[in-house]
Ligand binder design. Structure first.
Ligand code: DAT
Ligand code: MG
Length: 140
């Protein structure tokens, strides 16, 4: 598998509750290195572009509005098997199904307001990193 990079987003429900540091501590404890990070506020159109893969889902409008409702922290996490490791630290999409100790089990408020996003495969990780970061911003 080797060293990978993945795109992570700390979502509005978490940034507004001042949970950025606690969430970052979980990534670092799992051996994921935060190699790039910025706090930004998305427009609904930018959120829609990022989540275009879900455009046909019934919750798409709600998802885009939520992601644009307050600042997010976008980040690149690096480590051995980082894509799967990050998904493990995040926990299941629905916090009711998330394993104890995971970010979503501890912090998520609902299936929609679930505190974090993480890429799901090498191809999407590369696309999602390029959506938010230029090569100049990735110093390792
Ligand atoms: P994940 O974020 O675990 O990769 P996903 O890609 O299936 O999950 O969905 C993207 C986001 O869309 C998810 O984090 C929250 C929202 N979402 C998914 N299913 C939902 C549902 N049934 N109701 C409301 N929002 C949902
Ligand atoms: Mg997903």
């Amino acid at each position: 598998m080797g060293v990978e990079r993945t795109l992570s987003i700390i979502k509005p429900d978490a940034t507004t509750r001042n949970l950025t540091g606690q969430i970052n501590a979980k990534f670092e404890a799992a051996g994921l290195r935060i190699v790039a990070q910025k706090r930004i506020q998305l427009t609904p159109a930018q959120a829609g572009q990022f989540y275009a893969v879900h455009a046909e889902r019934p919750f798409y409008g709600e998802l885009c509005d939520f992601m644009a409702s307050a600042p997010v922290v976008t980040q690149v996490l690096e480590g051995e098997g980082a894509i799967a490791k990050n998904r493990e630290v995040m926990g299941a999409t629905n916090p009711a199904d998330a394993a104890p100790g995971t970010i979503r089990a501890e912090f998520a408020q609902s299936v929609g307001e679930n505190s974090v996003h993480g890429s799901d495969a090498p191809e999407t990780a590369a696309e999602e990193i390029a959506f938010f970061f230029s090569g100049l911003e990735l110093v390792g």
